[in-house]
Design a protein around this ligand. Structure first.
Ligand code: 1PR
Length: 525
């Protein structure tokens, strides 16, 4: 039996799934007494430092937790569960942490995308039982904007490079805590957790630790999900968003099975898009909830879910907020949610009124679950114009002139799965969404979707240069060369594909093999 400290701020499902997968029975801590009684405690922190400390204080968890940490019993902190051990954080000035480790928590001050999202390596600084069966060159999944700065080197278990070197795990007696998420770090992460559970293992340093670590470019598989005409939930795939072939919805497999296959192949992340979410209320029969629950039991990489995340009134007049819909998804195993149509409408309102309400789905979900949990899925279409002055939108000069020789184009945002074009360009959408608190942009392209003709590099460069949050390039991948191209010719942090994976034209391992030595990727073990 292992105790898990869930203070109710977010998704702890994945940690429970990982521990259960390792054969443990997990007991969720409900009171200070439960903390006192715990023999082994895991603390996955979620949300923001200030909110976390406020909740811990309100629940009267601070004293029992501090006593537990001083008792010498095994403790594993994850992400904010690491940061909580420090004295203060720049994220919440004036709020005291648990002060078990002298030092503070600082925001990244770098010229790179923040949050630091993705798979990065570790440089091991002292032996630990956690490293049994770990080679040393594995990568682990990070998602954070703040990092710890211990006052003394003696507590540093691992360090990682992102712009500069930061401390990615600490150790003090029987306390270990990682900035990365072992429960989302595939087989390497599960190995670490297994070693934590087995206190008989010897303390070792892995054999091949890197001198410098690098953030990997992520390869993401996207599963567009909807019910077909027979009512079965299927993974489908469109050509420029048209998912019907000879009148029927294309059926490329079952969502949970396909996700499992991609995990085994070494995918870095999986995105599910409920592509009819704009018209069907996602909580009605909750098909995606079941998909998430079943997937997250066996797939230990980050899961994003999109489709229908917006405020909604059902036929009985009951109002649901986008936050409620998102919360249900997080509880079911999602790590991030993606907002498509609603983001366009939100940005239109902000531009029209000149201010944000603070109440939009983007702002509310980011406030509760953190910026990194909010992805904006953009569905743009290229519109050619003769000159930049012809429209009020952000235009680019293109190397692929239009049908009438037009040398400029803009990227029109659409809603409702590409069915409706709006008077808003993708660059402005991305910029405003970042200001509202979005943590990542999933940049599709209707013109390229399903074509196998390669990513729209011009679109990606235009959006990437307007934001500092990570951008996921999507639509058009048809070969391993296209992945090399998008990572060489743009600054995109990740590339997403669907059709080539579903049709088994290339495996994720083959793409990574092709990129080896050219682009930093996460090795597949
Ligand atoms: O608007 O918040 O309800 O979200 C709906 C979501 O569903 C949006 O994220 C939107 O992108 C997606 N969506 C809606 N209709 C479709 C459709 O295809 N008819 N799919 C759709 C979008 C695009 C990508 C695709 C890549 C890679 N699919 O997700 O996976 O283009 O494809 P490829 O590698 O085969 O080229 P809301």
């Amino acid at each position: 039996m292992i105790s898990l400290l869930d203070y109710g701020a977010g998704n702890v499902r994945s940690v429970i799934n990982a521990l259960e997968r390792l054969g443990e029975t997990v007991q969720t801590v409900k009171s200070g007494q439960d903390i006192k009684n715990a023999q082994r405690l895991v603390f996955p922190g979620v949300g923001s430092f200030g909110a976390m400390m406020t909740i811990l204080r309100k629940k009267n968890f601070i004293t029992p937790l501090t006593e537990y940490l001083e008792s010498g019993k095994p403790f594993f902190g994850i992400c904010l569960g690491l940061q909580a051990l420090f004295e203060t954080s720049e994220e919440a000035p004036g709020v005291s942490g648990l002060s078990i480790i002298p030092g503070t928590v600082k925001r990244f001050t770098i010229d790179l995308a923040v949050p630091h999202i993705g798979w990065n390596g570790i440089k091991v600084r002292q032996p630990s039982r956690l490293f049994n069966g770990v080679e040393g060159d594995e990568k682990f999944y990070f998602v954070h904007s703040y990092h710890v700065v211990p006052a003394s080197e003696e507590f540093v278990l691992t360090a990682t490079d992102y712009g500069y070197e930061f401390v990615s795990a600490i150790r003090k007696n029987n306390i270990v805590a990682t900035q990365f998420h072992p429960e989302k770090s595939g087989k390497a992460g599960l190995a670490l957790l297994k070693n934590f559970l087995d206190t008989t293992r010897e303390e070792i340093i892995p054999s091949s630790c890197p001198r410098q670590t690098r953030l990997a470019k992520r390869i993401i598989a996207c599963l567009d999900v909807r019910a077909n005409d027979q009512g079965d939930l299927v993974v489908t795939k469109g050509d420029q968003y048209d998912v019907r072939e000879e009148g029927n919805v294309r059926n490329l497999g079952k969502p949970v099975q396909l996700a499992g296959r991609y995990y085994e192949e070494g995918v870095d992340e999986i995105t599910f898009l409920n592509i009819t979410g704009f018209r069907d209320f996602p909580l009605k029969d909750m098909p995606m909830i079941e998909v998430l629950e079943n997937t997250s039991k066996n797939v230990f990489v980050p899961l994003t879910i999109g489709g229908g995340i917006r405020d909604y009134k059902d036929k009985d007049g009951r109002q649901y907020s986008a936050l409620e819909v998102a919360s249900e998804y997080f509880r079911s195993g999602a790590d991030k949610i993606s907002i498509g149509s609603d983001a366009v409408l939100i940005v239109e309102n902000v531009l029209q009124s000149g201010k944000s309400t603070g109440l939009s789905s983007i702002e509310q979900i980011a406030r509760v679950y953190g910026n990194q949990a909010v992805v904006i899925s953009v569905d743009p279409r290229r519109i050619y114009v003769q000159s930049p002055e012809a429209v009020k939108h952000h235009t680019i000069k293109t190397s692929f002139p239009g049908p009438n020789g037009e040398e400029y184009c803009w990227y029109q945002c659409t809603i409702r799965g590409g069915r409706e074009g709006r008077e808003l360009d993708a660059v402005t959408l991305a910029r405003v969404c970042e200001q509202l608190g979005a943590g990542e942009i999933l940049l599709n392209c209707i013109d390229k979707d399903g074509t196998n003709a390669g990513f729209d590099l011009e679109l990606i460069n235009a959006v990437k240069s307007a934001v500092s949050i990570p951008v996921i390039a999507s639509s058009g991948a048809g070969s391993a060369e296209h992945f090399l191209e998008v990572f060489t010719d743009t600054q995109a942090e990740a590339a997403l594909a669907a059709g080539i994976f579903h049709r088994q034209e290339i495996s994720i391992g083959e793409i990574k093999d092709y990129l080896q030595g050219k682009v930093e990727t996460r090795p597949v073990y």
